[in-house]
Design a protein around this ligand. Structure first.
Ligand code: ATP
Ligand code: MG
Length: 574
């Protein structure tokens, strides 16, 4: 699917399939007529832009149908979870602009899950199996041929119950046995062949401590969590589609045990539907890989501005609005595809173009001396804060005899189409005046270190007094008034669109060595006192944001959010 088509299938122009699904259920008055969704991250890492898609769907559908959405920590696997991740997740969901109805830890249901498992054993729906992992896999077989029943499948319920309790009490080593649902060893769906629902893990849990020696599997825990919370519509990514019959099986068992929530007189049967995950070019998205980048020190942390995490994007200067707009534009479908990073950049540019105030800053400074401008004189010119927003007004920018301009706005021997500064050429200094270069000063290596020339005193504000045509306009900063700024120029994290494409290659070898360059810029005075998080357009250069942590009053540090060049919009705008 092209990006164009993706936009057309976005929610602006119609109802995507999840919306249609929920709408038809609401019309039919199912589940007590209320829509309850949930966003269920596992607190084993920070949220990334893929999660933002799921958040926009889960919270967005609840909003759309006047329902509610729960934020649930899916923390049933003790191995990599922590409270720090929980805090980061809450912060990011909140920052994206969503309010949860209930905040829930799945681990609070551990006892209930355990009790349900015992109930399944008693009703003949589960048994303790002592096959080893390898044997279990062997017996399970392949989809095209029925599997082989475990020799423990028909053991008496009482035996399973005793064994399951001993598993819980820590009497067995990990892997010695497990609890399996008794479903159908001949099912073509491999997940239906007596799946494991509890396993022994001799591990402490960040919340439950050492209380448990057994932990439930995702496929068992998730439908229980949904059902206990009275979730009506449980939306997740496509890889869970083949697990859906198992989800329904667990819900059926809960129904038999009278454990479904009753709302407005009706039983709430949660239902699962799946959508395609977001894949984005020039980055990796799995938490495992992002964790590796953090742990190996290849980035400065989960919120490094190059990371595709929500916190990284925030620090980079992305706004919640731009991320929500991005999620809206990619739409919701069941087709696996790769979304171009350029679309995300387009969304932030579009947002900041409307909102960000303009400022003058020079990233690679080259000195200009105006020979006919008095040494002690200074003038203040009016500069427009945002041409897209009249209410933003204007500000005064200082001007003097010595200026900084961008090194690549000058060429000693330019080609014909170069309309910026060169010996003998005249340009407009934005907001100020017209200037002509007459000579240059070079260092011992022949590098130009100073551009000299004269200005037209009658061209105040940048207009030619005689109406002569001056094509080029460049930006500048008065050297005497300039404030040095640390600026971090960020680029793509990886050098290739799909760092995971070549499985034989360690993806970290494909990191872009130039993903961050640090320069000292010269900027107009107002920028030195920017507050952390403030975003601006540096005219002709891009959008920049004062770093949330490193930027200090009077010693500002800016991150480049994105350049101004818009390759995606040009190619794809209708
Ligand atoms: P990862 O694979 O990145 O480690 P995960 O699926 O293990 O992610 P969870 O914390 O379990 O992470 O995800 C919470 C929810 O976010 C799930 O419902 C999951 O389907 C959804 N989600 C995760 N990654 C994406 C993605 N790339 N696009 C859309 N939704 C996603
Ligand atoms: Mg997961």
């Amino acid at each position: 699917m092209s990006d164009n088509e993706r936009i057309e299938t976005g929610s602006d122009t119609g109802r995507h399939f999840l919306k249609q699904w929920i709408a038809s259920e609401v019309e039919a008055g199912l589940s007590g007529g209320e829509v309850v969704t949930r966003f269920p991250p596992e607190p084993n890492g920070w949220l990334h832009i893929g999660h933002a898609k799921a958040i926009c769907i889960d919270f967005g559908m609840a909003q759309e149908f006047n329902g509610t959405c729960n934020l649930r920590m899916d923390d049933t696997n003790p191995s990599k979870e922590s409270e720090d991740y929980v805090e980061a997740i809450k912060r990011d969901v909140h920052w994206l602009g969503f309010e949860w109805n209930r905040f829930i830890y799945a681990s609070d249901f551990f006892q209930t899950m355990y009790d349900i498992a015992e109930g399944l054993i008693r009703s003949g729906h589960a048994y303790v199996c002592e096959l080893s992992q390898e044997e279990w896999r062997e017996y399970r077989g392949v989809p095209t041929r029925p599997g082989t029943p475990s020799p423990f499948r028909d053991r008496p319920a009482d035996d399973s119950l005793t064994l399951f309790r001993r598993m819980r009490d820590g009497e067995f080593a990990e892997g010695a046995c497990c609890l399996r649902a008794k479903i159908d060893m001949a099912s073509p769906n491999i997940h239906f062949r007596d799946p494991v629902i509890y396993r022994i893990m001799r591990m402490s849990h960040y919340r439950a401590g050492d209380k448990w020696n057994v932990y439930p599997m995702y496929d068992f825990a998730h439908p229980i969590e949904d059902a206990l919370e009275g979730v009506t519509h449980s939306m997740c990514t496509l890889e869970f589609e083949v697990h859906r019959p198992l989800y329904d099986w667990v819900v059926d068992r809960m129904d038999e045990m009278n454990l479904l929530v009753v709302r407005n007189g009706a039983k709430v049967r949660p239902q699962q539907r799946e959508f395609a995950r977001l894949n984005l070019t020039y980055t990796v998205m799995s938490k495992r890989r992002l964790l590796q980048l953090v742990e190996d020190g290849l980035v400065s942390g989960w919120d490094d501005p190059r990371m595709p995490t929500i916190a990284g994007l925030r620090r980079r200067g992305y706004t919640p609005e731009s991320i929500r707009e991005f999620c809206d534009r990619i739409g919701v479908s069941k087709f696996e595809s790769e979304t171009e990073l350029e679309l995300l950049e387009y969304c932030i540019r579009d947002d900041l173009n409307r909102r960000a105030q303009r400022r003058l800053a020079v990233l690679d400074p080259l000195k200009v001396v105006i020979e006919n401008y008095p040494e002690d004189k200074e003038e203040w010119f009016e500069a427009i804060n945002n041409p897209e927003d009249p209410i933003a007004g204007s500000r005064q920018v200082p001007f003097s005899r010595e200026l900084w301009i961008e090194r690549d706005d000058f060429m000693e021997d330019p080609p014909k189409k170069f309309f910026r500064l060169a010996p003998g050429r005249e340009v407009r200094l934005r907001y100020a005046c017209l200037f002509t270069c007459t000579s240059v000063v070079k260092d011992e290596n022949g590098k130009v270190i100073e551009v000299r020339g004269t200005y037209d005193p009658l061209s105040g504000g940048g207009n030619a007094p005689d109406g002569r045509k001056v094509r080029g306009t460049i930006h500048w900063v008065s050297a005497r008034h300039a404030q040095p700024l640390e600026v971090r120029l960020y680029d793509r994290l990886f050098t290739v669109a799909d760092p995971m494409a070549d499985e034989s290659r360690d993806f970290t070898t494909l990191l872009n060595p130039d993903s961050m360059q640090v320069v000292t810029a010269q900027a107009e005075p107002a920028l030195a006192t920017a507050a952390p998080g403030d975003g601006f357009q540096f005219e002709r250069l891009g959008y920049f944001c004062a770093d949330l942590y490193d930027s200090k009053h009077g010693a500002a540090v800016f991150n480049r959010t994105t350049t101004l060049k818009d390759s995606w919009g040009k190619a794809n705008r209708p």
